[in-house]
Design a protein around this ligand. Structure first.
Ligand code: FO1
Length: 323
């Protein structure tokens, strides 16, 4: 392990957090920073909820609910039960322990603290040494235009369980949010070896990050390999509605379509061995391909994939130097 080498992962919640956990096992904490999507953030019961930041923090701290993939293990739901008694909205569930995190964040925001600072404080208190960075300190909500009209992200995702048909997605809201200073700083770090795009939903989790003003330009200017891990295996999504959304947006639902989606940013794409028949076509697009098992059921799978990512990034850097 070379202490100085650093990696920056871009991630959504559940799917991305699996790889981030694997990376955290093969890198020293100071080598890994994770930029979290905040397009899913919303106000609920007057609290600021940042689901992807929280999923990353709970996963990295070992406090996460492994079955649900979000929220905390050993959770109780008395608050939700009391909300039901009062006839309040209960479509978005906040566990009793989880509530404390949202209260902390909401209070600190009211004090005038930035989301980046608050996230660092929470990480410290939860014993997380990997750096979790919000993509922006400003609200940048993802809006989903569907056959049932305009929906906020959590309405689409949780309230209606991704059933409305997506026509269009809008990232960032009315006022263009700036990338967070720490995100920008991480891209300028001379020790940065690669940018890793986790196998999160490209439309709901990664595009909100890449759509922020100047993010793509800054990533390209950094001149470091950008590696995408496919969220699709043999035409099926690793998690959630990725394939359904690809179909609704009239795309093919295979790894080639993933390569096309990321073609202006990706140097390399990691696909599952089951998809290696697509490797030639993707290489012809100017994207290097590495195939291996990318399905992560166990912690060992996460660690193995993390090792593959680091090996592939080394290969890309060597090829880059030779070119
Ligand atoms: N997902 C659900 O499917 N139902 C919920 O009630 C729910 C509550 C929730 C509370 C806090 C939190 O951090 C995440 C929560 N999630 C819930 C997950 C979340 O909505 C999504 O997984 C992400 O936004 C997509 O990455």
């Amino acid at each position: 392990m070379i202490a100085k080498q650093k990696y920056l992962a871009l991630s959504g919640g559940i799917g991305g957090a699996k790889l981030v956990l694997g990376l955290s096992h093969v890198l020293a904490p100071e080598q890994l920073s994770v930029v979290a999507n905040t397009g899913d953030d919303f106000q609920h019961f007057g609290l600021t909820v940042c689901p992807d930041i929280d999923t990353l923090m709970y996963t990295l701290s070992g406090l996460g609910n492994k079955e649900l993939g979000w929220g905390r293990e050993d959770e109780s739901w008395n608050f939700m039960a009391a909300c039901t008694e009062l006839g309040m909205d209960t479509w978005f569930r906040l566990g009793d322990r989880d509530l404390a995190l949202h209260l902390y964040r909401t209070q600190r925001l009211a004090d005038g603290a930035k989301l980046t600072q608050i996230t660092a404080e929470l990480c410290e208190r939860l014993g997380i040494r990997v750096r979790v960075i919000p993509m922006s300190d400003m609200p940048a909500p993802t809006v989903v235009f569907t056959d049932r009209g305009e929906l906020s992200f959590q309405e689409y995702f949780v309230r209606y369980r991704c059933s409305p048909e997506i026509r269009e997605l809008e990232y960032g809201g009315m006022n263009a949010a700036a990338m967070s200073p720490l995100f920008e700083q991480s891209l300028h770090d001379p020790a940065l070896q690669a940018v890793i795009i986790c196998p999160s939903n490209p439309f709901l989790s990664i595009q909100p990050i890449l759509s922020l003003p100047v993010v793509k330009q800054t990533v390209r200017k950094a001149g470091k390999p950008v590696i995408v891990i496919s969220p699709v295996v043999a035409g099926e999504a690793l998690k959630g509605p990725t394939v359904k959304i690809m179909q609704q947006l009239h795309m093919n639902s295979d790894v080639q379509a993933i390569a096309e989606f990321y073609h202006d940013i990706a140097d390399g794409l990691i696909i599952d061995s089951k998809d290696s028949n697509h490797a030639e076509a993707i290489t012809a697009m100017g994207i290097r391909v590495h195939s291996c098992n990318i399905v992560m059921h166990t912690l060992e799978d996460r660690i193995d994939l993390a090792r593959e990512v680091l090996r592939f990034s080394e290969q890309l850097r060597t090829q880059h130097r030779q070119a």
